[in-house]
Write a protein that binds this ligand. Structure first.
Ligand code: AHG
Ligand code: MN
Ligand code: MN
Ligand code: MN
Length: 334
């Protein structure tokens, strides 16, 4: 009889991997797990309770905020505030950093960057949405943590993960020693280890990109899309186009089955659309830890300088050989 291993048990078991860990990171991951279960409960009831639709406000990106965007944001900030291990939260839904100055957080050492609800456009149509998180240790030694503690390159992350609220809720994370996936068992309210040591195939047959913007894509991307569509039995082409409009859902499928996700620069998004700090960096960390590749078409995502909380980046991430092929075509036109 296979013994169920919960997220909590797994985190504690892996704690010995970290010489300095005194349980703080474990508690931080536990806090994120708790908020994810609460968000999942609302996502599952969406349509039955008044949690769909817009609230009439805009976030810093000029995106209309959905009720579930704001609800999820509040849940994560509240769980991180009560948990006492986090000193700053950077969120897609907050223009400025949220400095946590509760009594319990006096010695908090961690910064959490979060996309509380990824794929918001899918909420009202019952299609996959998710949460993305990224964790850093503060660099400043004394006094209050500052925004500089939040502007660290992706290579400095101590942990990153996502939750996908799909046919089941799954939490997938890495602390730099591989990637592990946990499925929520609603009957016991626990995330249970279901996908140990996740690795992405070196090749795949799915390509994920919003081809509606084709005319605005760089020539290298146009060439790669044509490459995906050419008949070639030896390389299993044509590939299949799969684009859900939720990065978490697209990336999760591609990790399991193999594939490439591209959000390049476009006319309306000259620096790309996706945000470096709480979308690109955490997903790049996870993909690299799963044996894949993550660049902006030229340079490694994780080494990009971070100069502002909401800066954007082009992103090519997924199966190593597919990303390398796309980069080859980007170079042909650079
Ligand atoms: P968010 O809902 O957190 O704003 O992120 C949406 C992102 C990403 O999840 C998705 O892949 C992409 O935006 C879709 O953008 P387009 O609709 O422009 O294709
Ligand atoms: Mn958004
Ligand atoms: Mn997002
Ligand atoms: Mn979002």
């Amino acid at each position: 009889m296979s013994v169920v291993k919960t997220l909590g048990q797994f985190i504690i078991e892996k704690q010995k991997d970290f010489p300095y860990a005194k349980g703080e990171l474990s508690r931080l991951l536990r806090d994120i797990g708790i908020a994810s279960k609460i968000v999942n409960r609302e996502v599952n009831k969406a349509g039955l309770v008044d949690i769909l639709g817009e609230i009439g406000t805009m976030n810093t990106h000029g995106e209309s905020q959905k009720k579930l965007d704001v609800f999820a944001n509040e849940q994560f900030i509240s769980a991180l505030t009560c948990g006492g291990e986090c000193c700053i939260v950077v969120s897609e839904e907050n223009d400025d950093p949220v400095y946590i100055e509760s009594e319990i957080s006096q010695n908090a050492k961690y910064i959490v960057a979060i996309d509380p609800l990824d794929g918001s456009s899918n909420i009202d149509v019952n299609v996959g949405v998710g949460t993305i998180f990224s964790i850093y240790r503060r660099k400043s030694i004394e006094g209050k943590a500052t925004i500089q503690d939040a502007l660290q390159r992706g290579v400095e992350q101590v942990a990153a993960g996502y939750v996908v609220y799909g046919s089941s809720a799954m939490l997938v994370y890495t602390t730099g020693k591989g990637v592990n996936g946990f499925t929520l068992d609603p009957s016991i309210g626990e995330f249970c280890l279901s996908h140990p040591d996740m690795t992405i195939p070196k090749d795949g047959t799915f390509y994920s990109i919003n081809e509606g913007y084709y005319v605005h894509f760089p020539d290298g991307v146009k060439k790669y899309i044509k490459y995906c569509q050419v008949m070639d039995k030896e390389t299993n082409r044509p590939y299949s186009s799969r684009y859900i409009g939720s990065m978490v859902a697209d990336l999760h499928r591609n990790i399991i089955k193999g594939g490439i996700f591209i959000y390049p620069t476009t006319a309306s998004a000259p620096r790309g659309k996706l945000r470096l700090v709480y979308e690109c960096n955490p997903m790049a960390f996870i993909i690299e830890q799963a044996g894949g590749r993550a660049t902006d078409g030229f340079e490694r995502i994780l080494e990009q300088e971070v100069t502002s909380l909401h800066q954007r980046s082009a992103i090519f991430l997924g199966s190593e050989n597919m990303v390398l092929k796309a980069e080859e075509m980007m170079r042909d036109f650079s």
